[in-house]
Ligand binder design. Structure first.
Ligand SMILES: [Zn+2]
Ligand SMILES: [Zn+2]
Length: 304
């Protein structure tokens, strides 16, 4: 499973039932929360997303609209007797904020937080296991800010069950699945992996491009990404405002998706000045047709 759920699509000021930035991502049983704007835990419970399963919370930068929901979520986890450790990734400063909260409320959480400090202006692998990698995407904003690129590794080959026959040893089947041929004691090939297996399922990738000025160099890192979220705070008519505040317009987001040859683009972080979002969507689609709005409660699944 590779599934993204949008919990918040709003820019700095929430408006029209849109919540500040927050996304929930599941990749093969690994659970991530990407940014944690105000209302994150309410949105999670509304959409029946369990916070028990969350293992990683990634905060792109320390503007309030990207982390003000964190304290509430952590206390709820605590009150619900969470014991599993939680990994939080953020720039320097967040630990100080958390510790201050805990000190003044005379609380200590009953689960452990592993804090991972992000590095500025540098692509960094912040998580890796046997199935996926997560790396940072350096962005240009008023504060240290980065996006996150999630990539599935090449998946194992699949056993072609129709080709198996009675009496084959389980250990031989496992060996064939791993891509290795099976030999007898004399070193002769007994079974070839290619004869008993099929090519692996497709691997997918997702890029979360948080608050940023138009920054085309990231397109190289994001080359051929399957799904891309890019902030689109303003329309073209507000371009000077975008430049002043280190944000992007919808057409700039689309230009990044086009340069990166993305499969699909999602727009979000909408300014409170727009009640209707058609103009933003139209401007982006003129440059990159496979664009959609990352609206609250919508889910996007990548599958073969
Ligand atoms: Zn923001
Ligand atoms: Zn910001």
């Amino acid at each position: 499973l590779f599934q993204l759920t949008i919990l918040g699509s709003s820019g700095a000021i929430p408006a029209y039932d849109r919540y500040p930035s927050c996304q929930h991502l599941v990749i093969q049983n690994r659970y991530f929360l990407i940014d944690c704007g105000e209302g994150a835990q309410m949105q999670m419970s509304k959409l029946n997303l369990s916070h028990h399963r969350l293992e990683h919370i990634l905060i792109s930068h320390l503007h309030g609209d990207h982390y003000l929901g964190l304290m509430g979520l952590l206390f709820t986890m605590h009150l619900n007797n969470r014991v599993n450790p939680l990994h939080i990734y953020a720039f320097r400063g967040l630990t100080e904020i958390l510790i201050t909260h805990l000190r003044h409320s005379r609380s200590s959480l009953n689960f452990r937080i592993h804090f991972h400090e992000l590095t500025e202006n540098k692509i960094e692998t912040i998580f890796e296991d046997d199935a996926i990698t997560v790396e940072t995407i350096p962005l240009r904003h008023k504060l240290s800010c980065c996006g996150f690129l999630f990539r599935e590794k090449t998946k194992p080959r699949r056993i072609d069950k129709a080709k198996l026959f009675k009496g084959m040893l389980l250990q031989h089947i496992a060996q064939l699945k791993s891509g290795a041929d099976v030999h007898n004691e004399k070193g002769e090939v007994l079974y070839r992996s290619d004869d008993f297996t099929m090519s692996p399922r497709k691997s997918f990738s997702y890029a979360y491009c948080s608050d940023t000025a138009f920054h085309p160099p990231i397109a190289t890192q994001l080359n051929n990404v399957n799904l891309m979220y890019h902030e689109a705070t303003f329309t073209e008519s507000e371009k000077s405002k975008a430049v002043d505040t280190f944000h992007s317009t919808a057409s700039e987001a689309a230009e990044i998706a086009r340069l990166a040859n993305a499969g699909k683009l999602l727009l979000g972080h909408f300014s409170a000045r727009y009640r209707e979002l058609d103009v933003l969507l139209g401007e982006a689609r003129a440059i990159f047709p496979a664009t959609e709005l990352a609206l609250e409660s919508s889910t996007f699944e990548l599958s073969a």
